[in-house]
Write a protein that binds this ligand. Structure first.
Ligand code: WTA
Length: 651
């Protein structure tokens, strides 16, 4: 790639992969990409069948796709075990004694699990689950730190056909409870605690709190990680370490239907209740396997590190399922990027000789802020490929990533996708696609992405519209757990038979997709989706609050910061103490990532005549701008005038 980016105009910065990189890559030219893409769109069944046949199927499918919009069945009649594909099948190859997981704890301990060892641990834990009565299709909630056992627990569920629901370890007990209630899980897998920025996160304590009102949970399996004192409820709570000693080290990988549910993962939508996104087996694995192979161009000698948490979809698809199905060596790190110093990532890369780094723009912006000197202390020459995910990467962060981390030599794959899509949808292919900072570039094979206007017509180059996918793809969500109507209306209700991503986008004249932001009331804080409605309902549950409206404002590091407009109940007065209390209240209701950065008190909120809060106006107010656009549906214009006038005093 060109090192000489300072001399070119900002708009024209294009970075082509180096001939050396391209030569070794699976897809090594744009001509090859275009040909295969055209084929994959013309005959998607053929493309996906070829990819799926690289996996191990216990019974081959009869039909590739059964599509009755918006319901898809992929690899109909096929039988597969996802855990067998991620573990067992490598034992028959040279990968048997290859490192599957290289793990580092925040305090510094290290562990490596070969595929053989991973197999033993997955089998043992699958047997533990069976011994505790977990059966096919039972839901199991996983609330773990970033330790190998998180992946082991997921693979053990998959092995016996149980449906895992991983809850991010940074979420609070209320979030655990909500997910338990919605998914009706009977078993919880957790740890005594985990390490984060030098302190212990009391995971088991949060679980206990959530279980106070959830008597249906009959069993809690607890990994000893930190060793702090932990209450164990007789007959309900069991130590992971004790239980695995009681069972065999082998467990058959039973065949499950291709459409057998694999996991639920909750994500924010525009209404209060998070959606339980349902993914199934054969299609999801095909999608994650195939995208990992082409987008990261994984090779046997790679040391691949995705820095996401397993609690997010990125952790599911690109720490666990995709890379392990490819027989890759993955790095897993438990803690914060700035512990004990802001160079922890660079230190890990140098020591472990990481070749592929997949991280988020919010992390990149934090590294920029912490200063180049932390990076310069380390030799990062092992890196050959970089990735970005979670939100649009701003061109300056892209340039820094390219130059400072990639040494100007590593292609950057800016991957656009969602919890719902299961796998990467739009991304450069590193040996082929010319990259422009800020764009996820072109659709992946088989992905018929487009941008439509209100009438469903494709927009012209550089015109904005709604990002959609016009053909089903194997790793697509199958439903929202327990809410088929919401599934239909949220994703398929706008254009018939066409998937609505919920993002606004435009394509440039070369066909590159530029994502310009969410269309719904979803914030993207540090790459994590937060529904404004979720934060609002947390605020309103505080006794002092009458009404709340939450919006995002641009933030240098986090992408978006959370701003809450709050009206108080009669007799309550605003104070710095109340502000602090409200922030903490949201923190304990959802998790620290949802804490509002600013709270502004108002006598009233701007509403439409039908009573809907006009967040657009609030957004304009807190971005410091004047109120623009249409206010004809506004109920009481004085409210906006008062809010705008009050902005300065409240800051
Ligand atoms: C945003 C994360 C621009 C987008 C895998 C999407 C991105 C939402 C990118 C999904 C990217 C993710 N460029 N925007 N490369 N990647 N997004 O479900 O708004 O946590 O709809 O999945 O993140 O977030 P989710």
């Amino acid at each position: 790639m060109s090192n000489d980016f300072t001399s070119v105009l900002v708009e024209n910065r294009v970075f082509k992969p180096s001939p050396e990189f391209s030569k070794k890559a699976r897809i090594s030219s744009m001509a090859q990409y275009k040909k295969l893409y055209a084929e994959s769109i013309k005959t998607p069944d053929k493309f996906w069948a070829r990819e799926a046949s690289e996996l191990t199927w216990q019974t081959k499918w009869k039909k590739v796709l059964d599509w009755k919009a918006p319901f898809a069945k992929w690899f109909v009649g096929g039988k597969i075990n996802v855990s067998e594909n991620c573990v067992d099948r490598h034992l028959l190859t040279h990968r048997k004694n290859k490192a599957a997981i290289i793990w580092e704890g925040e305090p510094g301990e290290q562990r490596t699990l070969t595929y053989q060892q991973l197999h033993t641990e997955v089998c043992r834990f699958a047997n533990v689950l069976k011994a505790h009565g977990v059966k096919s299709k039972d839901r199991v909630l996983i609330y773990m730190p970033m330790v190998p056992e998180a992946a082991i627990a997921m693979l053990a569920c998959a092995r016996i056909g149980a449906v895992h629901n991983v809850v991010f370890g940074g979420f609070s007990s209320t979030s655990i409870k909500d997910r338990l209630d919605d998914s009706q899980a009977k078993v919880v897998i957790t740890a005594d605690g985990g390490y984060r920025r030098g302190s212990v996160v009391p995971l088991k304590k949060n679980v206990d709190e959530a279980l106070k009102d959830t008597p249906d949970v009959k069993c809690v399996l607890v990994l000893k990680r930190t060793g702090q004192e932990t209450e164990m409820k007789e007959g309900r709570d069991f130590w992971w370490g004790d239980e695995v000693k009681k069972v065999k080290t082998t467990c058959p990988a039973k065949a499950f239907d291709s459409e057998h549910p694999l996991f639920l993962l909750y994500t924010s939508g525009s209404t209060g209740k998070p959606k339980g996104i349902l993914h199934t087996s054969g299609g999801y694995l095909t999608g994650t396997y195939c995208t990992s192979k082409y987008v990261f161009d994984l090779r046997d000698d790679d040391i691949y590190w995705c820095t996401a948490d397993v609690g997010w979809i990125t952790g599911h698809s690109y720490i666990v399922y995709g890379p392990l199905a490819n027989g890759a060596t993955i790095v897993m790190y438990e803690g914060a990027p700035n512990f004990p110093e802001p160079d922890r990532f660079w230190d890990i890369i140098e020591r472990l000789k990481v070749t592929i780094l997949y991280t988020a723009p919010t992390a990149i912006r934090a590294f920029i802020k912490w200063g180049d000197e932390w990076v310069k202390k380390h030799d990062l020459s092992s890196l050959r490929l970089l990735g970005s995910v979670g939100e649009p990467i701003n061109p300056e962060a892209w340039m820094w990533y390219h130059k400072m981390i990639g040494g100007g030599r590593c292609p950057i794959v800016d991957t656009f996708w969602q919890t719902e899509t299961g796998a990467i949808m739009i991304s450069p292919l590193p040996g082929a696609t010319p990259c422009k900072p800020g764009t996820a570039t072109l659709p992946f094979f088989g992905i018929d992405a487009a941008i439509l206007d209100e009438d469903g017509k494709e927009v012209k180059a550089n015109e904005g519209g709604k990002l959609v996918v016009r053909k089903p793809w194997p790793s697509m969500l199958r439903n929202i757990y327990g809410d088929t109507e919401r599934y239909k209306s949220a994703y398929w209700g706008t254009y018939k038979g066409i998937y609505l991503a919920g993002d606004g986008a435009r394509r440039d004249k070369d066909g590159n997709f530029w994502i310009v932001g969410r269309l719904d009331d979803v914030l993207n804080v540090s790459g994590h989706r937060l529904g404004t409605a979720e934060v609002e309902s947390a605020l309103v549950s505080h006794p002092a609050v009458a009404e709340a409206a939450v919006v995002g404002r641009p933030d240098e590091i986090k992408g978006q910061a959370v701003v809450a407009f709050v009206t108080l109940k009669e007799g309550q007065t605003a104070s710095p103490e109340l502000t602090k209390a409200l922030k903490n209240h949201v923190g304990s209701a959802i998790g620290a990532i949802a804490k509002p950065d600013d709270i502004r008190y108002a006598a009233a909120l701007p509403k439409t005549r039908s009573g809907k809060i006009m967040r657009r106006l609030l957004k304009e107010i807190c971005s410091g701008g004047k109120i623009k656009g249409d206010t004809t549906t506004l109920e009481d214009l004085n409210v906006v005038a008062a809010l705008s006038a009050g902005t300065k005093d409240d800051d």
